[in-house]
Design a protein around this ligand. Structure first.
Ligand code: 1HN
Length: 374
């Protein structure tokens, strides 16, 4: 701890507070030679008073990244690259490929007629479609057609390949994965499909047709329980649900009209490690600040506005991506007085909740908003 206030706090609380002496420094050198260390030199860092994310709040503007994403079409083929993706790098997480915390995000681009080969891995993945028409994905034989703002799952262990039909246009989508978490857990396996391409086994879009009705499901069926049998969440249905909910609810003071994408068989999160939601901020709405144990990647699906994250203001519009690191205050605002704004979000709350780690806190007893510091 650097400041004298923190030193005082640590000493009063009975935490590590040992000043360096030449004798101690020599001692640290000696035990380091035995590949060991004195706990009191790291204790306050490895046991912070509260989550202290090394990630920084970041905004990735689609307009700025798009030309670079398109340029990758000329530089590498899907065959060469495996997946032709520009990933999002958080400056605070240089040691891992992460957009925030233990979450990965990237922008994948495919041209008409292209197809990326089939593979599967321990990481769970999702896609949120940004632009183009004719994209498809095949997940364990369920081929799905993809349009802008559709949300698609690739649960861990499922074979998956993506492509764009020959009569489609260039397509870009956001990939979200828990790759950094799988690697941190040292649990990540990766396998290429023996035939590089898997057959389409089921009728096209069968998953949405079977499981995509909000209140009805195939009689007596329960899915695998491991992940949602509904693999594609169409934008129209999502937006209709938000509109309907807004007619009868004031929404959350922190998130406006906020709905979770769910596994329709269980009511729980869409996958074991990743959850997702869509929220609508009504014209002029500016929410109250709160913070949560969990990392969040947002993509603006509609409209424009800004978020304030630990005092940092990020101005976003459709297709921009931004992140909220764990335990940082955040509030969202719709900049328009006439149009609603929608934010897609994926996060690691299923992990936090499964491990009993989830907490949330409001800023101020009666709500509060943050001053903008940067
Ligand atoms: C992956 O499987 C995809 O299936 C995209 O499109 C990005 C990044 C890391 C590891 C696996 C895909 C990925 C990925």
């Amino acid at each position: 701890m650097s400041s004298s206030r923190e030193n005082y706090r640590e000493a009063v609380a009975g935490r590590a507070n040992v000043a360096d002496t030449s004798e101690l420094i020599a001692y640290y050198d000696e035990i380091e030679r035995h590949h060991a260390g004195a706990l009191w030199t790291v204790a306050n860092k490895i046991e912070p008073w509260e989550p202290a994310s090394s990630s920084v709040p970041m905004l990735w503007q689609f307009d700025a990244l798009r030309p670079h994403v398109l340029r990758s079409l000329e530089l590498v083929t899907p065959e060469q690259a495996g997946r032709r993706v520009v990933y999002l790098a958080n400056p605070g997480r240089k040691d891992v490929t992460a957009a925030v915390g233990w979450l990965y995000s990237g922008l994948q681009v495919m041209a008409p007629g292209e197809c990326a080969s089939s593979h599967r891995h321990s990481a769970s993945a999702l896609r949120f479609i940004m632009e183009g028409s004719g994209a498809f994905t095949n997940v364990d034989g369920h081929k799905m057609t993809l349009s802008a703002n559709d949300f698609v799952l690739t649960p861990n262990g499922t074979w998956h390949e993506h492509g764009v039909e020959a009569d489609g246009t260039i397509c870009i989508w956001q990939d979200g994965l828990d790759i950094p978490l799988m690697n941190a857990l040292e649990a990540n396996f990766y396998e290429v499909h023996p035939d590089l391409k898997q057959p389409v086994v089921f009728p096209i879009d069968d998953s949405a047709a079977s499981w995509g009705s909000a209140a009805l499901k195939p009689a007596g069926e329960h899915g695998s329980g491991r992940y949602s049998p509904l693999l594609k969440y169409e934008w129209e249905r999502t937006y209709d649900a938000l509109q309907a909910f807004a007619r009868v609810s004031d929404g959350s003071p922190f998130d406006g009209i906020h709905m979770d994408y769910i596994n329709p068989a269980t009511g729980g999160a869409v996958m074991q490690t990743l959850g997702a939601s869509m929220q609508m901020l009504r014209p002029g709405e500016h929410t109250q600040a709160h913070r949560e144990v969990g990392s969040f990647v947002y993509q603006c699906a509609k409209g424009s506005g800004f978020s304030i994250i630990n005092g940092k203001r990020l101005d976003w519009k459709a297709r921009d991506i931004f992140c909220v690191p764990a335990w940082m205050w955040h509030e969202h605002a719709n900049a328009s007085a006439t149009e609603d704004a929608c934010l897609f979000c994926f996060h690691d709350l299923p992990v936090m909740k499964a491990l009993g780690l989830y907490r949330a806190e409001a800023l101020g007893e009666n709500g509060g908003q943050q001053p903008v510091l940067s």
